[in-house]
Design a protein around this ligand. Structure first.
Ligand SMILES: [Zn+2]
Length: 265
């Protein structure tokens, strides 16, 4: 029996009948791949504690009978990212990133740079030295570049005035136009996100250079708040779906924010 052997990140798992699981993997070699893990629910010995969300694995997949769903034959745990799964805030951020990838990727198309990106941010999230919000900004900015809808921060999409020539300190995000508008062209912004020029510069910096050093960009609290607001509108708009985990993420962030406020009184 010949199979495909590849590193993979587990994006999601759902129950299938009484005994099996269907896992969706982001594999290095063939991108997003759903596979059936037989007896994964029934037998603890088959995949002992291995098929957990975000785990980095080495897997062996074989083609199912009559061109059915691939079958997960083996899964070896390379990195469990325990610190993520033990922390609710880290878990919801990782769930959001995994869902973005799940929703955006087509089955069977490899994306090596995206694989490196998600592996990197999960590793950093697990280590805990970089603020989780900065990692989320890093992931989303670079995801947009990889996916081909990097936002244009250079000039107003309507009048083409360069960012430095715009006389206001803030501009208005316009996901539909793939970038920003000056306050004159943006008009009544409605519920669109306002972004200060300083935030735009920090967002552009984190999207440049090598991944290892990217998260060293110093984000001000304002830039973090504006950056997350902007990206969590821009990314869902461009993938055409709102990740369910985004609602959970926002609810948890609100609760924590409320607790901090009360603690400071
Ligand atoms: Zn304009």
């Amino acid at each position: 029996m010949t199979g495909l052997s590849t590193p993979a990140i587990l994006l999601r798992r759902i129950d299938f009948g009484d005994f099996d699981l269907i896992v969706t993997l982001f594999t290095l070699i063939q991108g997003k791949t759903s596979a059936i893990a037989k007896s994964a629910k029934k037998s603890v010995r088959r995949f002992p504690g291995v098929l957990e969300p975000f785990s980095r694995l080495d897997v062996v997949l074989t083609q199912g009978r009559r061109k059915g769903m691939p079958v997960l034959q083996e899964a070896t745990l390379e990195e469990p990212f325990f610190n993520i799964r033990e922390d609710i805030v880290k878990t919801v951020y990782a769930s959001y990133w995994a869902e973005i990838i799940y929703l955006w990727m087509a089955e069977g198309e490899p994306h090596e740079t995206l694989y490196q990106l998600i592996t990197h941010v999960l590793g950093e999230l697990n280590r805990g030295e970089t603020p989780v919000e900065v990692l989320s900004i890093l992931f989303q900015m670079r995801f947009m570049s990889i996916a081909g809808f990097r936002p244009n921060f250079d000039h107003c999409h309507a009048c083409k005035t360069g960012l430095d020539q715009i006389r206001h300190a803030t501009v208005i995000s316009d996901p539909a136009k793939g970038g920003i508008a000056c306050p004159t062209c943006g008009g009544m912004a409605g519920d669109r996100v306002h972004l200060s020029k300083g935030t735009l510069k920090q967002l552009a910096w984190i999207d440049r250079g090598d991944l290892e050093h990217a998260a060293r960009v110093r984000f001000t609290p304002t830039a973090i708040a504006e950056g997350l607001d902007f990206l969590e509108a821009f990314v869902p708009y461009h993938i055409g779906r709102t990740p369910k985990s985004l609602g959970v993420l926002r609810a948890i962030r609100k609760t924590i924010h409320g607790k901090r406020k009360r603690a400071h009184r």
